[in-house]
Design a protein around this ligand. Structure first.
Ligand code: SIN
Length: 533
């Protein structure tokens, strides 16, 4: 028997079970790593499952990589990293084909070809979707099935408390298992794939598991983070009940946004109207809502087909998940426009990485929403997030074994000092002043879709008081609260530092950045031009 190679001996712990975590685990195991995947809930319960619209990629002969690249850069408001974007769009199609090989059944038309989906700020309808509006569920299911059949060891209900550092290198994780006992798992490489932090806000499209655990652990360990001021707000969630996402694909099909008097208003803000970049549409809605004393605007799907019966059938077939949610709330969107409002959706910033997921700490990788590759700049293009998880998850999974073989664990450049946990409060009343709901309201009001120094300064003051008198974390929920608080502090600091409006970071007390990149031709014009050719 031959001795195992260095690569075969390398043990990678992947934290998180969305598209990025599952992909990195499957690729690393293929390269001979021993892989343990830990997740704080069950495998299937990650943000990926809730993705409706689809996955963007150049999959049609008449589409061009250069166009997907330009659309991504434009949506990113001039701040996306061109190298990261090139990697995303060039490697995307191979990753999508990998998903197809795994059994993801992207929707096809009667001719057998994939159905083309259009979403905002795309100059070509390059979005593939599955189950109509259940793309994330289809992808998660296929990846989980493959993972369960692989050699990856799965540990569910294990919460990441902290990263373990030895001589400046990340060598393990401390976990809270089943909300009961602590366990340390040592590894050669740790991959954060813990997703975003929608729980920072009172209104969010994210599931409750999105509490920024990976970013907070990375900050405490001393990994560099960036761009936390760029939090994307999705333009349309149902304004009835909880914040149920109504996919941008609905507007891609032609649904319009109207004010409470039935007037289309999105063209006042941008020549692409309802299909302008997400940050622009969200702000246009917020502005319109302000003008109507906070009352929601309306998404009009009645324009999609001429008769009620045709509309009803179309909406149920094309958007079955949303259709059910709409009807469950007592609304009939085939008959009348439905009330919608923006909600927190996606964090563009995160743990700084190179294009292989390597962070500034040797041995630590980050992929997917937790990472800041620079691919999204100041505003993510629709349906690029599943693609990001697949592309950069695969890249990290492909290099861990060879990084291990070098014995030096290459890291990306950058420095941040570790952040110690504040000592628990001696004053129980002060500690009790904090609640997750209060934090969510504070950020929604003072560090939301539109900000200014007065609100941000107020938020910073309240957060500092809470952080100076923390409760001692014991349960998973307590640790999540601690993570949200740390992240909120960093987000507000970053938002105060950026004294300009760019992409998703909009300050009512500052002008638009020179760098905002909004002089570029509209995606609608480009689409029409392409059709004319
Ligand atoms: C949506 O379906 O509108 C959300 C897709 C995305 O976040 O890219």
């Amino acid at each position: 028997m031959t001795a195992p190679t260095v690569a075969q001996r390398a043990h990678a712990v992947v934290v998180g079970s969305g598209i990025a975590g599952l992909t990195v685990a499957l690729h690393a195991v293929e390269h001979g790593c021993r892989v343990t995947l830990v997740t704080k809930d069950v495998l299937e319960h990650a943000n990926t499952r809730y993705a409706q619209g689809g996955i963007a990629g150049v999959m049609f002969d008449d589409d061009r990589t250069a166009d997907h690249e330009r659309d991504t850069l434009t949506a990113g408001a001039g701040l996306a990293d061109p190298e990261a974007v090139r990697v995303l769009v060039e490697e995307g199609p191979a990753r999508i084909r990998e998903l197809i090989d795994l059994g993801v059944g992207f929707d096809r038309g009667a001719d057998g070809d994939f159905v083309k989906g259009l979403e905002a700020a795309h100059s070509y309808p390059r979005i593939l979707h599955a189950g109509g509006d259940a793309t994330g569920t289809a992808i998660e299911k296929a990846l989980v099935a493959r993972l369960r059949a692989s050699r990856v060891r799965v540990v569910e209900h294990a919460f990441l408390i902290d990263l373990v550092l030895t001589d400046g290198r990340v060598t393990g994780v401390d976990l809270l298992v089943e909300d009961e006992h602590r366990e340390r798992v040592e590894a050669d490489a740790i991959v954060l794939a813990t997703g975003g932090a929608g729980e920072l806000y009172a209104h969010s499209t994210n599931p409750a598991v999105a509490t920024g655990d990976g970013i907070a652990a990375a900050i405490r360990a001393g990994a560099a983070v960036a761009d936390l001021e760029f939090f994307q707000f999705h333009p349309t969630v149902l304004a009835v009940g909880d914040s149920f996402l109504v996919s941008e694909a609905v507007r891609g099909e032609g649904a319009t946004l109207v004010d409470e008097h039935g007037r289309r208003f999105a063209f006042d803000a941008h020549p692409d109207g309802e299909l302008a970049p997400r940050d622009v549409v969200s702000r246009a809605i917020a502005q319109q809502m302000e003008a109507q004393d906070g009352r929601p605007v309306f998404l009009d799907a009645t324009v999609l087909r001429p008769t009620y019966d045709e509309r009803r059938a179309f909406l149920a077939r094309r958007f079955p998940t949303i259709d059910r949610a709409v009807r469950d709330r007592g609304l009939d969107w085939a008959a009348a426009p439905i009330p919608v409002t923006p909600a927190a959706h996606y964090l563009m910033g995160g743990v700084v990485t190179d294009l292989f997921g390597r962070t500034t700490l040797p041995g630590l990788y980050a992929v997917g929403e937790v990472a800041r590759t620079g691919v999204h700049g100041a505003n993510r293009l629709a349906s690029n997030s599943l693609l990001e998880g697949a592309v950069f998850g695969a890249r990290a999974g492909d290099v861990i074994a060879s990084d291990a073989a070098t014995g030096i664990w290459p890291a990306t450049e950058g420095f941040a000092a570790p952040v110690a946990r504040p000592a628990p409060a001696t004053d129980a009343a002060a500690a009790a002043a904090f609640s997750r709901a209060a934090l969510q309201e504070l950020l929604w009001e003072d560090a939301g879709l539109v900000r200014d120094e007065t609100g941000l300064g107020r938020a910073a003051g309240v957060l500092a008081t809470w952080r100076a008198q923390p409760r001692e974390p014991r349960t998973e929920h307590d640790f999540e609260d601690e993570n949200l608080l740390l992240l909120a502090v960093r987000l507000v600091d970053a938002a105060r530092e950026r004294r300009e409006s760019v992409g998703a970071h909009h300050r009512r007390d500052a002008g638009q950045s020179e760098n905002a990149g909004r002089g570029i031709p509209s995606s609608t014009a480009l689409r029409q031009e392409a059709l004319a050719c």
